[in-house]
Write a protein that binds this ligand. Structure first.
Ligand code: IPE
Ligand code: IPE
Ligand code: MG
Length: 253
């Protein structure tokens, strides 16, 4: 605990990420390692979501975007999908009082209509109950894939053009971004993927154009507060150049 406090005290408060995105991977392998069922790994992963949300909130991070279930995850065995849907509904309901206490606002991203009704209702209830909260915004990506989101944005823009509300020449990067599910939010500064795979798996492809990527072999259920702070320390030690030279960036500072 003291080690954690010490690490946190070494963070540069002027260079905190505003938006952190995470790919929560490794639940299945965590379970297998202990000789448990994959669903036990998902259940254990819920505790990590709880801790990561609390620490983000305590650190003053404004947006935390979690990849909880991808469009491609629908192709998993039926019983695993059913367990995940049950866990998502159960966890959001259980966490609601604490989310409210910590002033956390829930925002849902993805094709939520595909989520079974029981879990969907609990998700909508949590979203509505936290709508007034002004602290951390917790974006839960569910039944989400970036290509789905980009195609969806293109559809919305095409409809506006067909209705004569905009002309093709008005389609700018800003206009496109304002039709994504993350409209109005800054892009992630830091993307963390646990579980050892170094890939993006159809996540936030537009939004991570300039995010700092952090891959760790730690499996999601084992991802500790210290591991999270290590990722932020790594982020703070990087120079974000956005195409400029190092000298230019240093002169701006
Ligand atoms: C991440 O853990 C959770 C979801 C994708 C829903 P996995 O279930 O992918 O765990 P591994 O990758 O099989 O270990
Ligand atoms: C990515 O994890 C999706 C989520 C964390 C929800 P996966 O475990 O599904 O990714 P792949 O299929 O191994 O790339
Ligand atoms: Mg995985």
């Amino acid at each position: 605990m003291n080690e954690l406090k010490d690490k946190i005290s070494r963070l540069d408060s002027t260079r905190m990420p505003v938006h952190v995105a995470m790919i929560m991977d490794g639940n299945g392998r965590w379970a297998k390692k202990q000789g448990f069922m994959r669903s036990d790994g998902h259940a254990e992963g819920v505790s990590t979501v709880h801790r990561v949300t609390k620490l983000s909130s305590d650190l003053g991070i404004k947006y935390l975007t979690l990849y909880a279930f991808s469009t491609e995850n629908w192709n998993r065995p039926d019983d695993e999908v059913a367990t995940l849907m049950y866990l998502i509904g159960w966890a959001i309901e259980r966490e609601l009082p604490e989310l409210l206490r910590n002033n956390v606002r829930i925002h849902l991203i993805g094709d939520i209509e595909r989520i079974p009704e029981d879990a969907r209702k609990r998700l909508f209830d949590a979203r509505d109950a936290t709508a007034h909260c002004t602290g951390l915004q917790l974006n839960m990506c569910l039944s989400y894939s970036s290509r789905w989101e980009i195609a969806d944005a293109a559809r919305k823009i095409a409809r506006k053009a067909a209705a004569g509300e905009i002309t093709p020449d008005e389609i700018s990067e800003d206009l496109f971004a304002s039709n994504l599910a993350t409209a109005g939010m800054p892009d992630p500064d830091l993307l963390i993927r646990t579980g050892g795979e170094e890939r993006i798996s159809n996540y936030l492809l537009w939004q991570i154009a300039y995010s700092e990527l952090y891959f760790t072999p730690v499996l999601w259920p084992d991802f500790s507060d210290e591991d999270y702070v290590d990722a932020i320390i790594s982020f703070q030690n990087r120079e974000r150049r956005f195409g400029k030279t190092s000298e230019q960036v240093q002169n701006e500072d």
